[in-house]
Ligand binder design. Structure first.
Ligand code: NAX
Length: 327
């Protein structure tokens, strides 16, 4: 029997948490042979609701769920954590400027980065889901100087999965016929869902769909899917976001399938001309618990423009949080 690993989740009493925790505890994230200890962080007023979620988790009698810890203190919730899923964040409210949003989230992700730095396992894998995810990941990373910057990642996997499903629907093919889509850049409307290297049943995707649909319909549909879900459901994506978080962590920990890649928001090493240090969506392959950027892909002028625009937005966010003294 494997020893349990510690999985910290913030915002655990929220909507995404309500889908995510049950999937982690059932073994969907780290495998059906890997026991887990859940370490759940919430703000003080949400601890009672969190207790209700804990009751339900216990009521599932998951064989892999070794223990549950709850706290409103990141120093407790992140203690010895092997994985940390940072879901709790301050959402944008009507009339909020980008600076206000980044400053409110700085108040969350700076202390959480500091706590991870002090008490998490030295090999902790961190996924930031809470928006603005890329820049929140940057804030946490910059406040954790004793950890490797590469241990901090942001979620663009929901966008990646949406991009697969939209193409599958258009071509009438099953989702597993589709491979090697990339989401470049920010988890925002400037993201670039790129089909240049994607295939449908091994054939180039861009030979099977027309260019006008790709540029005029596909890209904006994927990029604005979050807003379409809110419009239809009256609430933001939750189960699909949780599922994407599971996919991101599972692939990072256990590896991507041979010959395929996925999209992760990771610190840029300058690959593809993306300014170093930005937390930017890249195509990656994972094995042995490490990710590596897929190199050598062709970048057309169209792609270059899109990749630069989303990098530009991330640079502006970084400038803003620098001004605020958060990084
Ligand atoms: P909810 O508002 O339902 O839940 C968030 C929870 O976080 C609340 O229970 C709140 O009490 C808690 N929280 C707030 N500050 C905290 C802190 N300092 N420490 C611990 N917990 C704290 O939001 P939910 O729908 O679950 O979404 C969570 C975040 O995911 C939001 O920021 C949302 O924008 C973001 N999303 C990111 C996505 C992505 O693809 N990267 C997609 C889905 C989602 O929109």
């Amino acid at each position: 029997n494997k020893a349990p690993v510690r999985v910290a989740v913030t915002g655990a009493a929220g909507q995404i948490g309500y889908s995510l925790l049950f999937r982690i505890a059932s073994g969907d994230m780290l495998g059906k042979d890997q026991p887990v200890i859940l370490q759940l962080l919430e703000v003080t007023p949400a601890l009672k609701a969190l207790q209700g979620v804990v009751m339900e988790l216990r009521d599932c009698a998951f064989p892999l769920l070794a223990d549950i810890v709850t706290s409103d203190d990141p120093m407790v919730a992140f203690k010895d954590a092997d994985y940390a899923l940072l879901v709790g964040a301050m959402p944008r409210k009507a009339g909020m400027e980008r600076g206000d949003l980044l400053s409110a989230n700085g108040g969350i992700f700076k202390p959480q980065g500091e706590a991870l730095n002090k008490v998490a396992s030295r090999g902790v894998k961190v996924l930031v889901v809470g928006n603005p995810a890329n820049t929140n990941a940057l804030i946490a990373q910059q406040n954790a100087p004793d950890l490797n910057p590469g241990q901090f990642t942001a979620m663009v996997r929901l966008d990646h999965n949406r991009a697969i499903s939209q193409l599958a629907e258009k071509t009438g093919q099953p989702v597993d016929a589709i491979q090697n889509i990339t989401i470049w850049g920010n988890h925002s409307s400037t993201q670039y869902p790129d089909l240049s290297a994607a295939t449908v049943n091994g054939q180039p995707a861009l030979d099977t769909v027309d260019r006008e649909w790709y540029e005029g319909t596909y890209i904006p549909t994927v990029a604005k899917r979050g807003a379409a879900i809110i419009e239809a459901r009256g609430a933001s994506s939750a189960a699909s976001a949780a599922s994407a978080a599971i996919d991101h962590m599972r692939d990072w920990a256990l590896g991507t399938p041979e010959g395929q890649w996925v999209s992760m928001g990771i610190p840029s090493d300058g690959s593809y001309g993306v300014p170093e240090g930005l937390i930017y969506g890249f195509p990656v392959k994972c094995s042995g618990g490490q990710y590596e950027i897929v190199q050598g892909l062709d970048v057309s002028d169209f792609s270059r423009g899109k990749m630069d625009a989303t990098a530009q937005e991330l640079q502006e966010e970084r400038d803003e949080v620098r001004k605020l003294g958060l990084v």
